[in-house]
Design a protein around this ligand. Structure first.
Ligand SMILES: Cc1ncc(COP(=O)(O)O)c(C=O)c1O
Length: 356
């Protein structure tokens, strides 16, 4: 069968390729327009940024230092650079975004090596960290200085708070810091009953990259420093790594709108629910296998063949995740509708039926 076959149902309106294929939350866009009235001091000396920083700090328990950044890669670079000293390296999962999808930015801007560890599900365990610590004290080896974990992970999995606390304990016991890449921290928080602190502040995380872009901002992620000893360098590191926006009020206005009335949790909760619906819709479909359970807003689906993947992509583009097993990754967002999910599931079923 060719792409665009007559037997395909109508394609979804919203793409499942990524959560950043979605547009901007109306509340966020309205806030940006409102912030466009008149003039305001630049570089974060404006009331929107002040309010956004304090709302973000409150989420983490109040004692956090916050720096709004342009995007997720930038926030990761700033966060890691705040923690790393000369000769130090970052332990992370093999499929961590910082290792795979940031064009080497963390290495280039921090000058530090990434020590990647294979994992079955994108999650680091204490033993994974311990296995790399043999290098400590040996001048010929890069010195593990930071453990970076992703919550929720690139594989769509979720750390329980006690799992993060266990990793942080091992890290701290050996003098390492903990960075959490939270490009999808809202999806994780929504999946954990909104209890953000349980897996950050209370679990011993030192620095968080707090995602905004994947949860309805036009652009913007934040660095939240929870370890007071590190906070002093944050503004200087942000400036040096080119993440200090001059017209910061438009970042501040976006975050202020996102955090108001728990909008960030409601949108992420919706995205998670849409992923669960997709998995439910595909349950029992001939030739289709949902890999794992969608804990957050990612659903991984195995199709019968490479040709099936190609036909699905031609109909409604989605990324292939594991070509060897014809597995795709479908992402949902605040903008995904029930109708989108049902159409996408019907499309997957149609492709599978043709190629099974
Ligand atoms: C886990 C993770 N971290 C960070 C990012 C940030 O990326 P960007 O620089 O594209 O905003 C992404 C985006 O895909 C991501 O998936």
């Amino acid at each position: 069968m060719n792409a665009g076959s007559l037997s395909m149902p109508p394609a979804p309106q919203c793409s499942f390729a990524s959560d950043n294929a979605a547009g901007v939350l109306p509340e966020v866009l309205d806030a940006m327009v409102a912030a466009n009235e008149g003039c305001a001091l630049a570089y974060g000396e404006d009331p929107w940024t002040t309010r956004a920083e304090s709302a973000l700090a409150d989420l983490f328990g109040g004692a956090a230092a916050v720096a709004l950044c342009w995007g997720g890669t930038g926030a990761n670079v700033v966060g890691l650079a705040c923690l790393l000293g000369p000769g130090e390296a970052v332990i992370c999962a093999e499929e961590a975004h910082i290792a795979v999808d940031e064009g080497g930015a963390p290495e280039r801007f921090t000058g530090s090596k990434l020590l990647t560890v294979p994992t079955p599900d994108g999650k680091l365990r204490p033993d994974d960290v311990l296995a790399v610590l043999y290098a400590l004290g040996n001048q010929h080896h890069a010195q593990p200085g930071v453990v970076s974990i992703t919550q929720s992970t690139e594989r769509g999995t979720l750390y329980r708070p006690d799992e993060i606390a266990a990793v942080a304990e091992v890290a701290h016991d050996h003098g390492l810091h903990v960075h959490l890449d939270g490009a999808r921290i809202a999806n994780a928080a929504a999946a954990l009953d909104g209890d953000l602190r349980s897996f950050t502040t209370d679990a011993g995380v030192d620095v968080v990259s707090f995602g905004g872009t994947k949860n309805g901002l036009m652009y913007g992620d934040a660095v939240v420093v929870l370890e007071p000893a590190v906070a002093r360098v944050l503004p200087f590191v942000r400036k040096q790594t080119t993440q200090l926006a001059s017209k910061m009020r438009f970042l501040g206005a976006q975050f202020e709108a996102l955090l108001a009335d728990d909008l960030w949790l409601r949108t992420a909760g919706h995205a998670n629910a849409m992923a669960r619906r997709l998995a439910d819709r595909l349950d029992g479909v001939q030739g289709v296998q949902v890999t794992g359970t969608p804990d957050v807003n990612a659903t991984f689906v195995q199709l019968p063949s490479a040709a099936a993947v190609a036909e699905l992509q031609a109909w409604s583009f989605v990324w292939e995740w594991e070509p060897a097993r014809h597995e795709i990754r479908a992402m949902t967002s605040f903008a995904t509708t029930i109708d989108d999910v049902d159409r996408f599931a019907a499309g997957i079923a149609a492709v599978a039926a043709q190629h099974g």
